[in-house]
Design a binder for this molecule. Structure first.
Ligand SMILES: [Zn+2]
Length: 249
């Protein structure tokens, strides 16, 4: 049951015919694990926490650099060299003290992520590299967790939602790259205009909320976003019967 305070706080989404009090109650039970607290992770976490989910756990290993501020809208100039997850936790907790925000500075790989999975309804990839995206996808498939993965470059982005039992996964759509291609390129950063992760990270939050509410989402669909000519195209994707997601769980 929602409290009077919650009914007031979330009144604008409760009056949506697609949400209602019932939908808000679903959101208030939602636990989300977010990998990355940068350009995608900033808007994604802000909108999830503002929407009134139950719990958000954020994993990131970075400290704030001046070159981050062009797109990582959680942070400001006074916080340079601060640990991003600590800064994010403080900002998000002040936005909505009802939401339990947990934040861990950790190097995330297939093994280290295991200790954060228990009880999570969703895993979201907000990372900046392919290696992590494929890892998040595999973790979602192995643990039958719903998942959203987005990628960006310059003025372009793509995003899909994965329900491992029923929909195509990231690996059904994209071939696993050679090892050398999957690392984050620290000395060779990708071009990006700040608005691109702003939009794709916001869409990631939207997918988590809509999937939870049983509204139309991006399962078996890849949304390709081109912000130069402002085109949004959905490509239908199909589950590959030879993929990791087609093996018996
Ligand atoms: Zn697959």
């Amino acid at each position: 049951m929602l409290t009077e305070e919650q009914k007031k706080r979330y009144s604008r989404q409760i009056i949506s015919p697609s949400i209602g009090e019932e939908g808000q109650e679903k959101l208030s039970k939602l636990r989300v694990l977010q990998v990355g607290a940068g350009g995608l992770g900033s808007p994604c976490s802000l909108y999830l926490v503002a929407a009134g989910i139950k719990e958000l756990t954020i994993l990131d290993n970075d400290v704030l650099d001046i070159s981050n501020l062009q797109r990582q809208i959680l942070y400001n100039e006074s916080q340079l060299r601060g640990v991003k997850v600590e800064l994010a936790k403080d900002i998000l907790s002040r936005l909505n003290s009802e939401v339990q925000v947990h934040a861990f500075k950790d190097y995330i790989d297939e093994n280290s992520i295991k200790k954060y999975l228990k009880g999570q309804d969703f895993i979201i990839d907000c990372s900046d590299n392919l290696k992590t995206k494929f890892m998040v996808n595999k973790v979602a498939v192995d643990n039958n967790m719903k998942c959203v993965i987005a990628g960006i470059k310059d003025f372009y982005g793509q995003i899909m939602t994965i329900n491992p039992k029923t929909s195509a996964c990231y690996q059904c759509v994209f071939p696993v790259p050679e090892k050398e291609d999957t690392k984050a390129p620290p000395g060779n950063p990708l071009p990006v205009i700040g608005v691109t992760p702003g939009i794709l990270g916001t869409l990631e939050a939207l997918e988590v909320l809509k999937t939870t509410l049983n509204l139309p989402n991006l399962e078996n669909k890849l949304l390709m976003v081109n912000l130069l000519d402002l085109s949004f195209n959905i490509i239908k994707v199909v589950k590959d019967e030879h993929c990791i997601c087609s093996k018996e769980l």
